[in-house]
Design a protein around this ligand. Structure first.
Ligand code: HAM
Length: 414
């Protein structure tokens, strides 16, 4: 016998009824983003490899986790590992009027070690705002994510913020950090030595216990901010306070992409496993458009992990959403087809059985559908142009004329 096929490791199927949470979350997100002026942008799932390489050569996701391939035309392509690069590429290509505010709902691919909350394909709900360096846009972006978590019933997210400074800040801080790590870790492992050269900031979020003391005593980037970067960061904090958004300053918050400049932030949830409790994160990337061959354009955004969001969301009732189940004993089976078509056109969610089933098995299916109401097409009532409507919870039945059916069902809904 042929072995049944399975999905690739690190991927999973999202099926009903759980997929209802995906629908609800994405619908709520896109609507909340629209209310804040962010229109939906849909960019390709794969891009020229170079698009992601411009994100920064020492970014782990780019160096070690990308799904890259050559197409039949010999082009080097990669499945998108994150959303920002494709949006910025799209901006550079189309040059829309600024400010440009977009949102997205998209799958991303990373060759990671799979575990609960960490997958090789994950979805992100994100926004990007290009063309603004006003601290008010940093606050707007953070406030949108915060409002969305609240709308999803996740009321215990923790927000940590940091600033990566600007191009004038970074070199001095980097030098101080390297000096600190060289002094406190005289014989670093190969991996640490490599990072000290490539991206010493990444050492700050290392989980390696032998580094914990050195990390604790490391200089903080916020102490090295230029006047301009410092004032910007202060203003972002003032704005968050003004909106009553709680946050903590975290000098060790280093996000995984090299493109970050200025404000960075991460939302974590105590409902997720500690090793991957980041439910969303983002920040400024004021140099990215230029790195992609476009004009210098500031940008800020975030990505929220949809699977982690669902893991942290209080379980929703798993109703099918079906409102009416049509049971038919008529010989003319097309009438059931006609009726469900009519009800669905009127926006009433309904289901029926297929394949000339017995009455008993149709009622079983009606039960299983969890529809609160069933309508029964029986020859005797049908002759009188009527139909029986049954409320499943109470068993109460009522005969309704066919022309009055739709408004009666709408009445029951209230
Ligand atoms: P990120 O922190 O890599 O940022 O991902 C954003 C969120 O996606 C994470 O907080 C997490 O919830 C989720 N996520 C990431 N990797 C996985 C995975 N392997 N499995 C499940 N969930 C995952 C970005 O991707 C940036 N593009 C965010 C951004 C937008 N920055 C500026 N604009």
């Amino acid at each position: 016998m042929t072995e049944p096929l399975r999905s690739p490791i690190g991927t999973h199927d999202v099926l009903p009824p759980e997929s209802g949470q995906f629908v609800q979350a994405t619908g709520t997100f896109v609507e909340m983003a629209r209310c804040a002026g962010y229109g939906l942008a849909v960019t390709p799932m794969f891009e020229h490899l170079e698009v992601f390489q411009r994100v920064g050569a020492s970014t782990d996701v780019v160096r070690k986790e990308m799904y890259t391939f050559e197409d039949r035309g010999g082009r080097s392509l990669a499945l998108r590992p994150e959303g920002t690069a494709g949006i910025v590429r799209s901006y550079v290509q189309h040059r829309p009027l600024l400010p440009w505010k977009v949102c997205y709902v998209a799958p991303n691919f990373r060759y990671e070690r799979p575990q609960k909350g960490r997958y090789r394909q994950h979805w992100q709900l994100g926004v990007e705002a290009l063309g603004l360096d006003d601290p008010a846009i940093d606050v707007e972006v953070i406030a949108l994510a915060n409002r969305f978590f609240a709308a999803m019933g996740i009321d215990d997210v923790q927000l940590r913020i940091n600033s990566m400074g600007d191009p004038t800040t970074r070199p001095a801080y980097r030098a101080a950090l390297v000096e600190h790590f060289r002094a406190t870790i005289p014989s670093p492992s190969e991996a640490v030595a490599e990072l000290l050269v490539a991206n010493p900031l990444r050492l700050l979020d290392s989980k390696d216990p032998s580094l914990s003391e050195a990390i604790k005593s490391a200089p903080a980037l916020v102490d090295y901010l230029s006047d301009v970067a410092g004032a910007h960061f202060e203003a972002v904090q003032a704005g968050l306070q003004r909106l009553n958004i709680s946050f903590s300053l975290d000098a060790r918050l280093v996000r995984g992409f090299d493109y970050y400049t200025g404000t960075t932030f991460e939302f974590s949830s105590p409902r997720l496993d500690a090793a991957q409790d980041a439910i969303g994160g983002g920040g400024r990337y004021d140099g990215l458009a230029e790195a992609m061959g476009g004009p210098a354009t500031p940008g800020i955004g975030f990505g929220i992990g949809l699977e982690r969001l669902v893991l942290a969301t209080p379980p929703a009732p798993t109703a099918s959403g079906i409102e009416v189940f049509v049971v038919s004993m008529l010989e003319d089976d097309w009438f059931a087809t006609e009726l469900v078509e009519q009800l669905r056109t009127a926006g009433i969610a309904c289901e029926r059985s297929f394949g000339a089933r017995s009455l008993k098995s149709q009622w079983k299916l009606a039960d299983r559908s969890k529809a609160p109401v069933a309508v029964m097409l029986a020859p005797s009532e049908f002759e009188r142009n009527a139909i029986v409507v049954k409320q499943m919870a109470t068993g109460e039945q009522r005969e309704v004329t066919l022309p009055a059916l739709q408004s009666y069902l709408e009445e029951l809904r209230k």
